[in-house]
Design a protein around this ligand. Structure first.
Ligand code: PAF
Length: 285
């Protein structure tokens, strides 16, 4: 295997030091493992743009709330390692929880105004956990470029905001959501779906596309549109958490003057929580 794996921050830094000395640029793809094609596309894009690619695999406990699936989150390290090796990843960082969080760890990063919206309303503390681990990983790896999927649009917006606000010298690259043939956004959690639920799940993306098409066709009553699609998701057998027409810049409710929009949605299907989004610009007439 050409892929090297390191488990400590020191070993990672030693490797990065050698690469930097040789003048290599470094791209970084943080993950929680259980890799699917969406993750692999991030790594492939990263390889196109940098000399070396580092992937981290760390199921971050601080971004899981009480009663969430931290203990059951799928851990498939040996399959993940093979997949990463096959596509030419240079280095896998596979730290333990104690390597990342010392016993007296006290610092948390919070992006106010973004952390408590949408997914943050039901997943209390989740985005502080994400912001903190992403900051830590950026400080550990110090990459030139970092890659994130657009499926987690709120996460991507939060990361862009914290990088801007904390002047972290990294370029954030968002990569289009990878989808199954029927439109379902790829996710490590799709594996929780039963065969029947899997047939219902693409309704989430279809409803987002329907909302986008209505707006592009002239629909102006966004709250009524949101209500209509929440009802249609319930009829399809999902339990929607939110369905929100927002402006892309800060994920606040969109007004009629806003041009760059994103529609964000989350819904439960059995024990699986699905999220997805579509973003687009309204055509000015
Ligand atoms: O998107 C994820 O997989 C995680 O939230 C991330 C960015 C790796 C932080 O743990």
């Amino acid at each position: 295997m050409s892929l090297s794996t390191v488990t400590t921050i020191q070993a990672l830094r030693d490797m990065l030091k050698q690469w930097r000395k040789a003048g290599n640029s470094v791209a970084f793809v943080p993950t929680m493992g259980n890799l699917h094609d969406g993750h692999l596309q991030l790594v492939k894009k990263a390889k196109e743009c940098a000399d070396k690619v580092v992937v981290s695999l760390f199921v971050n406990p601080t971004q899981f709330g009480v009663g969430e699936d931290f203990n059951h989150y799928p851990r498939t390290e040996s399959e993940d390692t093979k997949k990463l090796d096959a596509i030419g990843t240079d280095l896998l960082f596979l730290p333990s929880v104690s390597e990342i969080y010392s016993e007296n760890h006290r610092t948390s990063v919070s992006v106010s105004g973004l952390s408590n919206l949408h997914c943050g309303k039901t997943r209390v503390g989740h985005f502080d956990g994400v912001a903190t681990i992403v900051c830590k990983l950026f400080n550990i790896v110090q990459p030139d470029l970092a890659y994130f999927g657009e499926k987690d649009f709120q996460q991507l917006t939060l990361i862009r905001t914290l990088v801007r606000d904390l002047n972290i010298p990294v370029e954030i690259c968002g990569i289009e959501t990878a989808r199954e043939a029927d439109g379902l956004a790829m996710s490590s959690r799709n594996g929780y779906l039963s065969a029947e639920e899997r047939l219902v799940a693409p309704a989430l993306y279809r409803s987002l596309c329907q909302a986008r098409d209505s707006i592009l066709a002239g629909e102006q009553n966004y709250p009524a549109l949101e209500k209509k699609l929440i009802l249609s998701l319930r009829e399809a057998g999902l339990q929607p958490e939110y369905f929100s027409v927002c402006r892309q810049s800060d994920l606040m409710p969109a007004g009629l003057d806003d041009i760059d929009l994103v529609i964000l949605a989350a819904a439960r299907l059995g024990k699986t929580r699905l999220i997805d989004n579509v973003y687009f610009s309204k055509v000015l007439l």
